[in-house]
Design a protein around this ligand. Structure first.
Ligand code: ADP
Length: 500
């Protein structure tokens, strides 16, 4: 384990609140109302994607921490310190939590930038999203209600909405503070929560755990256990955890569904995507090109809904490709804190190597590299925008999620062919459609087998709008009322009212 002295100090002028998180000897767990290091004393390195420097250590959780967190969460659930707290009081606590996150907006933005390479200007928006999500779910405890169905008159039955119990939330690294949305939905439903953030990004999860306590969320109701995939695996296997909400890769999602079956866990999965952007010849090509570019360059392609297959009608294909290549070549690649950066780093050296390997695969498959990635400089994990033309839909670069700034341009001839190509992939998370033909827009929204369709826009979201996929993109929805529903079950309470 490296000592604090051996760590690199970051070359940025960051807020005291952010420094207070990552300058700790170890960024710890939050279990049973207190910040803890690991019983084993083990920790893992945290790297700044913009420089490749190790600047912090995260506590490496193990079975001791998982046991402690589950015990604490279960105790809190059973004694009802949160579950049975009057709804209006729960709402006040959650609104206070949102306020504390808003007060720490700068710190959250900075933490996500040094942890995940999120562009400085964007980090604050993720914090805003988290605040909006918590405020939204904070409004629910007083609005949850059941029904009283008609049954024979000597009986009464109430269908009561109740929390499912202890919930494990396992999350990826690509928008660390945004996980507050899932946590808020689970808490608003009255559950006890254990968050296992990605090992690449322990910082903002730690602060989310600490601020929840400060807001008045009782000890044990929201725990954070840091660490690698094994910690997530231990939560999935634990008989004391009632539900797992997972966001991440398809392979891990399938492993979780399978392992969770042993204890009949409720599981919701938000997995990856290979989302198509369909550009019809009647579209405003300038707007379509701008939309297709932001769909894949946003967060350097590290977004589940990245528009990684761009399907363009053959009559405008060459013009579109030229435009996209010329404009993408101008994008400024650089560190998250550098002035003018438009494309930030990838999250890790491993992710950079993965993206680079797909560029080789694409060339070997015979696609044309119309815009080659610029060589990555410095110690950061940089990968320039990359465009492949002449891509066939059966190529691996058209079928597999790369999670990086690689655009695959595919031509199509007819509307039916466009839908067939769009759907001919194992994923079904989202799709974008660019057309000025209203009927076509409606036809497209019906033809595309995905969880979200954006028409003449892309990647808008709102806390009230459910988000999730079909096929290998998973099941269950996050955000909106549907997310809340997934953290509740219906209890039927029968009463004998009188003797008939
Ligand atoms: P990616 O980083 O490509 O999204 P994963 O889907 O594996 O990769 O990671 C998402 C989250 O799942 C992380 O928090 C990771 O630690 C966790 N995780 C990885 N493997 C497992 C597993 N077998 N069981 C539970 N959680 C896991």
């Amino acid at each position: 384990m490296s000592t604090t002295a051996e760590r690199a100090s970051l070359p940025y002028d960051l807020s005291a609140a952010a420094r207070a998180v990552y300058e700790q000897p170890v960024v710890g767990h939050v279990i049973d109302g207190e910040v803890r290091e690991s019983a084993s004393g083990e920790s893992f390195p945290v790297y700044d994607p913009s420089t490749g420097l190790e600047f912090a250590r995260g506590a490496q959780g193990g079975s001791a921490e998982v046991e402690a967190a589950v015990l604490s969460a279960r105790r809190a659930f059973v004694d009802g310190r949160w579950r049975l707290m009057p709804p209006a009081q729960k709402e006040r606590v959650l609104h206070r939590y949102a306020e504390l996150i808003a007060e720490n907006r700068t710190a959250f933005g900075e933490l996500d930038s040094i942890d995940a390479g999120i562009l400085k200007g964007f980090g604050g928006f993720i914090a805003d999203f988290a605040v909006g999500a918590i405020d939204y779910y904070a409004g629910w405890p007083t609005k949850l209600k059941g029904v009283v169905p008609a049954v024979p008159a000597d009986l009464s039955v109430a269908l009561v909405r109740e929390p499912v119990g202890v919930v494990g939330i396992i999350t990826p690294w690509n928008g660390p503070t945004a996980v507050a949305a899932f946590v808020a939905a689970a808490l608003a439903a009255g559950n006890s929560v254990i968050l296992k953030p990605a090992e690449q990004t322990p910082l903002s999860a730690h602060l989310l755990g600490v601020l929840a306590l400060r807001a008045g969320v009782p000890a044990g109701v929201f725990n954070v256990v840091q660490g690698a995939g094994e910690v997530g695996g231990a939560l999935v296997a634990h008989p004391g955890v009632d539900k797992i909400s997972f966001t991440g890769s398809v392979a891990t999602g399938k492993a979780i569904a399978e392992a969770g079956a042993k204890t009949l866990k409720r599981v919701s999965l938000e997995l990856g995507g290979k989302s198509p952007i369909l550009v019809f010849p009647d579209a405003d090509l300038d707007l379509a090109a701008a939309g297709a570019m932001s769909a894949i360059w946003n967060n350097s392609g590290q977004v589940c809904t990245a528009g990684s297959r761009t399907l363009v009608h053959r009559s405008v294909y060459d013009r579109f490709a030229e435009k996209v290549v010329a404009e993408s070549a101008k994008l400024q690649v650089g560190g998250a804190f550098e002035e003018g950066t438009e494309l930030g780093p990838l999250v890790s050296a491993a992710q950079l190597a993965r993206v680079q390997s797909y560029v080789e695969i694409g060339q070997a498959e015979g696609a044309e590299l119309a815009l080659s990635p610029t060589a990555s400089g410095g110690g950061g994990y940089f990968h320039g925008p990359t465009v492949f033309t002449g891509v066939r839909n059966d190529m691996r670069i058209a079928q597999e999620e790369i999670f990086g700034p690689v655009m695959a341009l595919l031509p199509f001839d007819t509307e039916e062919e466009a839908y067939a190509i769009a759907n001919d992939v194992e994923f079904g998370l989202s799709a974008g459609v660019w057309t000025n033909d209203l009927s076509r827009a409606h036809r497209a929204s019906r033809a595309l087998h995905v969880g979200t369709v954006w028409i003449n826009t892309y990647q808008n979201n709102d806390v009230s709008v459910p988000y999730g996929g079909v096929k290998q993109s998973g099941y269950g929805r996050t955000l909106g009322e549907e997310s809340l529903e997934a953290f509740l079950h219906t209890k039927s309470v029968w009463t004998k009212v009188f003797d008939a």
